[in-house]
Design a protein around this ligand. Sequence first.
Ligand SMILES: *Cc1c(COP(=O)(O)O)cnc(C)c1O
Length: 475
Amino acid sequence: MKYISTRGDTTQRGFAEILLEGLAPDGGLYLPTHYPKVDAATLARWRGVYGGGRAGGYADLAFEILSLYIDDIPAADLKALVDKTYTAAVYGSDAIVPVRRLDGDLHIEALSNGPTLAFKDMAMQLLGNLFEYELGRRGQTLNILGATSGDTGSAAEYALRGKRGVNVFMLSPYGRMSPFQQAQMFSLQDANIHNLSVEGVFDDCQDIVKAVSNDLAFKRQYRIGTVNSINWARLLAQVVYYFAGYFQVTTADSQQVSFTVPSGNFGNVCAGHVARMMGLPIAQLVVATNENDVLDEFFRTGTYRVRGSAETFETSSPSMDISKASNFERFVFDLLGRDGARTAALFGPALTKDGGFTLTAEETARIASYGFVSGRSSHADRLATIKATWEAHQDMVDTHTADGLKVAREHLQSGTPMLVLETALPAKFAATIQEALGRDPLRPAALDGIEALPKRFTVMPVDAARVQDYIRQHG
Ligand SMILES: *Cc1c(COP(=O)(O)O)cnc(C)c1O
């Protein structure tokens, strides 16, 4: 399999080549030249491979799917990498992504039982192992630089801790993360993990990352890399759990299911789009947003309107607080018949911080044929959903999953199983759980007392030069 850019550069690159890169040289995102089609016989075989949650079944399924997209890592090596990644020891069960039925056709697919209690572990754990493998093969090292307000940074740190050839420098806003999130990241004692606590807000952290990345000489000399959500390997890893979810709620491979995905940067649901393009029988892909509804607006109207910072709200489902969706370009490229020139015109420099575009009526009408629909949820909806779900089922969901449940109910079609992807556990969002239920969230026993562990972090001023000095000393 080869990969091309969404912006018209048709140079074909291999998986291992794009693995360590972010954007394509023309500023586009990488996509495979085509989506391998899964016929009915293969789907039936994969059902057996997953084996309804037998030990090793998920890793075997991941190997089948990844093999279709990765042909420049020897099969035995790729198998060893997925076997080491998807274990019950890391994800808490042999099913890895167990599905539970809530009521009627509504199910929850648990993606958040990895080390940081959010779905980002599903892909990041694989990425950590792929990075270590590829860097080792090339005899290279990499310094990962990132900014986080919570989920991404901790998932990256837990995926890369102790890995050979990689250092992580993660900037976070000093004193602005929840005590639990701070404890998760700052309690890591691995020598290759560096928490830089910046005396500013999240935007200051992001600006520092940008400034350092724009210093091309520094970037080259210190081999600065990223693990952000546009990385194709992350998206590919996520495709697997759409298949695993499907097998858990169907008995025959002709049956259709729908998925609802709490969405921010469109990485998670874009993997659902890929699964559907491969032939997984998905009726609807329901995009659920919070008050930051740029994606809901697009799927309802065909208008994509990037929000400025004044219009980007801080909500109680913070991992969906985005003003523009960084993976969205991938879907639009497919929607436009893979017209790279047109995609470049829409997403290139013309798309400013508060810019946007409107598709033609004909293009907008075509969205439905990709299965996409959408909806939006508010703080009040979130509280009501958490409360109702707890009272009716003694099932405690986090704020992002609650957004998904709220929107999923609006799109239920009788007889079609609806799987809501559980993107985090409630333990991460104690304040809102308190507000909804008047009690503390449930917490996995392994994380009891995490706030009391010794913390390891360095406080930094809002100054890119100081961060560069730190990387020179520790990279
Ligand atoms: C990252 C994240 C999301 C959004 O996922 P995207 O791939 O950016 O759409 C939703 N919920 C949680 C808990 C997250 O961490």
